[in-house]
Design a protein around this ligand. Structure first.
Ligand code: PGA
Length: 256
């Protein structure tokens, strides 16, 4: 079986000033700064990227991520940030297509495709989010929804592009609600994602790609979720704002 190093990312969303970010990062580094059994990514808001970047520069295993980017390299897009601007701050990862972007900022699979292309062109590693809503799960349509998100989101890509992408399976009904998908439900969805990728791309792609689970991941449920064979890490929202909670999740990802 192919080894996939676990990857735990903290999505801070619209939280933390620069000063608060520094405190949180210092607390996190004290606990897990030397770990290398799992990859760690911190995704602060744009305004704290620079401060966090400075703190992470001497730390090889904790990487900087952004929560969004604009697809164009520059231009008249008031309020937007390009891949090149992120690269300048030593950002390595970027979250794309988070359900909050899809819901509140009307991003669709075509947007995800364009943003992912822009990220890859700038050598940023995209963390592409997919996931179904509660009605889609309850009506049994979740497999179709995930398949469409993957097919449309990855239009025009080949094995090479996929090798730099990380997928985050985030059922919308589990985000910030305290309702986690059960480990069995999450594993089933991750297996389905691999099956779709195997059909659309190749078995090699489906076996190598890392798939994070996201949606109310907490220290209490992380161990069981992360022990599932097809769950390769976590995208953590609320619990990543607290150093103790986040580092406890990271430690669970480091278990053999
Ligand atoms: P949550 O958020 O952990 O607060 O549910 C996860 C996410 O939105 O990435």
């Amino acid at each position: 079986m192919i080894y996939r190093k676990k990857i735990v990312a903290g999505n801070w969303k619209m939280n933390k000033t620069q000063a608060e970010a520094r405190v949180l990062v210092e607390d996190i580094l004290r606990e897990v700064g030397k770990f290398d059994e799992a990859e760690i990514v911190l995704c602060p808001p744009f305004t704290a990227l620079s401060a966090v970047s400075e703190l992470l520069s001497p730390v090889p295993n904790v990487r900087l991520g952004a929560q969004n980017l604009h697809e164009a390299p520059s231009g008249a897009y008031t309020g937007e940030i390009s891949a090149g601007m992120l690269r300048e701050l030593y950002v390595r990862y970027v979250i794309i297509g988070h359900s909050e972007r899809r819901q509140f900022f009307h991003e669709d699979n075509a947007t995800v495709n364009r943003k992912t292309k822009a990220a890859l062109a700038a050598e940023l590693r995209p963390i592409v989010c997919v996931g179904e809503t509660l009605p889609e799960r309850e009506s049994g349509k979740w497999k179709n929804v995930l398949e469409t998100q993957l097919r449309e989101g990855f239009v025009g890509f080949g094995e090479k592009e996929l090798s730099d992408i990380i997928i985050a399976y985030e059922p919308v009904w589990a985000i910030g609600t305290g309702k986690t998908a059960s480990p069995a439900q999450a594993e089933e969805a991750h297996q389905w994602i691999r099956q779709v990728l195997s059909t659309r791309f190749s078995q090699n792609v489906s076996e190598r790609i890392r798939i994070q689970y996201g949606g109310s991941v907490k220290p209490e449920n992380a161990k069981e979720l992360l022990s599932k064979p097809d769950i390769d890490g976590a995208l953590v929202g609320g619990a990543s704002l607290d150093a103790r909670g986040f580092t406890a999740i990271v430690k669970n990802a480091c278990l053999p």
